[in-house]
Design a protein around this ligand. Structure first.
Ligand code: SAM
Length: 396
C-alpha cells in the first residue's frame, strides 16, 4: 500500500483543495487521537488516508486505507505526495510512479454492483487464473456475455491486456470473491458456471468455493438446463462436491474421468504432466421456472438509513460493539470524529466473506448518513447487519 513515514506528520488545516484533490476533514479516533482518517476526494473517487503514530517504532505513517482503495492506485499516491510535500522530514516512502498495478483500468473491468440488475444470458468462470479457458469461452460464444471473476489482481491485469489485444467485446472481468458475487446476481441468467481447478483447501473447508450455499446460489443463478461445472485433480474435493450436489433437488449429474477438453489451463497442464487424474462433475439445473419464480428478486438491494441519534454515537463506549447471529455478524471496530462528522469503522456480513466499510454520519443542517466510497455489496448477511446497526444508532 502506498505510504510515507516521518518522525511527525503535520497536516495543513482542512478543508483545502490542491491539484484537483479535496482534503475534506481529518477525523480522530475517539479513544486514541494519535490515529486518524483523512477524507480525500478526487473527481469521482473518494477514499480515506490513515494517519497513525507508531509507538514501538517512534515514527508516524500516512497510508492509504485499504478498504476504501480506489483505482488506479496512482490517484491515492498523488494525494499522499501532496501531503508528503508539507512535511519537514521524511524517513521513507514508496510513492514513485509506474508500478503496473496503477493501470488496472478498462471498460471491461466491472464492479459487482454492475451486475445487480444484469439481464443478459451469460457464462461465468470463477477463479480463471491465467485465463486460457475464459478467453476460449468468450471467443467461442460471441453471442453470450462471458464473465470472469478472480481475487488475484495480477491475473486480472493479465486478462485485461488479452481482452484488449484480442479485441473481445463480450468478456467482462470482476476483481472480487465469487461467493459474494453469486449471491447478488439476479436469478436464472447464467447458462454455465465454470470452476476449474479450485484450491481444494481439504483442511480448511470454510475457504473452499464449493459449499452447500454456493451450490444453491449457483442453481438459483442458472437458467433451466444450465450447468455448474467443476474440473479438479483432487479426488477428495471432487467426492466432497459430489456428496453436496446429491443433496440438491431438481438436478442431473454427469461425471467424467480424464476427459480431454478443447483448452488446457495452466494448472491442468501442471497436473497432467504429473500424470494425475482429472475429474469432471457437471451439475445440471433441471427445474423449469415458472414466470412468478423468474420475477423474484434475489435480495433487497438497498441500504436504508434511518434517523440516527447523536447521543447514541456520543455513548459509543457503552453500546454493543459485536453482534454474532446465525448467518451474519457485525463488528463496530472504531469511531472517528471531526466536529459534527462521525465515522464508524465496521466489519460485517457473512463469516467467510466479511466486508469492511466506513459509515459517515454528518450532523450538519440535516443529518446525512452514507457509506464512504460505495454501499456494501448487498448480500443478505450485509443487509441484516446494516439493519441491526440502524437499530442501535436510532434507539431512543
Ligand atoms: C488453482 S488456481 C486455478 C486457475 C485456473 N482456473 C486454472 O485452471 O489454471 C485457483 C484460482 O482461483 C482463484 N480464487 C480462489 N478463491 C476465489 C474466490 N473466492 N473468488 C474468485 N477467485 C478465487 C485464485 O486466485 C486462483 O487464481
Amino acid at each position: 500500500m502506498p505510504h510515507f513515514l516521518a518522525p511527525h506528520i503535520t497536516l495543513p488545516p482542512m478543508p483545502f483543495t490542491q491539484e484537483g484533490y479535496s482534503f475534506v476533514y481529518e477525523a480522530k479516533q475517539c479513544n486514541d487521537s494519535t490515529q486518524s482518517l483523512i477524507l480525500v476526494r478526487y473527481k469521482d473517487s473518494e477514499f480515506f488516508l490513515r494517519k497513525a503514530w507508531r509507538e514501538s517504532k517512534n515514527n508516524a505513517i500516512l497510508k492509504c486505507e485499504k478498504s476504501t482503495k480506489t483505482q488506479p492506485t496512482g490517484i491515492m499516491k498523488n494525494a499522499l505526495k501532496i501531503l508528503c510535500a508539507y512535511q519537514k522530514n521524511i524517513i521513507s516512502h514508496n510513492l514513485n510512479n509506474n508500478t503496473p498495478r496503477q493501470n488496472l483500468q478498462s471498460p471491461y473491468l466491472k464492479s459487482m454492483e454492475f451486475f445487480l440488475d444484469f439481464a443478459k444470458p451469460c457464462l461465468i468462470e470463477i477463479g480463471f487464473g491465467s485465463g486460457r479457458h475464459l478467453l476460449h469461452l468468450a471467443q467461442s460464444n460471441p453471442h453470450l456475455i462471458c464473465v470472469g471473476i478472480e481475487i488475484h489482481t495480477p491475473s486480472i491485469e493479465q486478462i485485461l491486456r488479452q481482452v484488449q489485444l484480442l479485441d473481445l467485446k463480450n468478456l467482462y472481468i470482476i476483481n472480487g470473491d465469487a461467493r459474494i458475487f453469486l449471491e447478488i446476481l439476479p436469478s436464472h441468467i447464467a447458462q454455465g458456471i465454470y470452476v476449474h481447478f479450485p484450491v481444494p483447501w481439504n483442511k480448511k473447508h470454510h475457504r473452499r468455493i464449493f459449499s452447500p450455499k454456493f451450490i444453491q446460489e449457483s442453481l438459483r443463478v442458472l437458467d433451466n438446463g444450465g450447468m455448474l461445472a467443476l474440473r479438479s485433480d483432487d479426488e477428495v474435493y471432487f467426492q466432497d462436491v459430489l456428496s453436496l450436489a446429491l443433496q440438491e433437488k431438481n438436478i442431473s449429474l454427469e461425471i467424467h474421468k480424464n476427459q480431454q477438453q478443447a483448452i488446457t489451463s495452466k494448472y491442468e497442464a501442471r497436473w497432467t504432466k504429473q500424470q494425475k487424474n482429472i475429474y469432471d462433475l457437471k451439475i445440471f439445473h433441471t427445474h423449469k421456472h415458472t414466470n412468478n419464480e423468474k420475477n423474484v428478486k434475489n435480495t433487497q438491494k438497498t441500504f436504508y438509513f434511518d434517523k440516527i441519534l447523536r447521543k447514541n454515537l456520543d455513548n459509543y463506549k457503552s453500546f454493543p460493539h459485536k453482534k454474532i447471529a446465525n448467518d451474519w455478524f457485525l463488528h463496530i471496530d472504531n469511531l472517528y470524529c471531526a466536529g459534527d462528522i462521525y465515522v464508524l469503522a465496521l466489519c460485517f456480513g457473512d463469516f467467510n466473506q466479511p466486508q469492511s466499510k466506513f459509515l459517515q454520519i454528518a450532523f450538519c443542517d440535516n443529518i446525512s448518513t452514507r457509506y464512504i466510497g460505495h454501499n456494501p455489496i448487498p448480500t443478505q448477511a450485509a443487509i441484516k447487519a446494516h439493519k441491526y446497526l440502524m437499530q442501535i444508532l436510532t434507539q431512543e
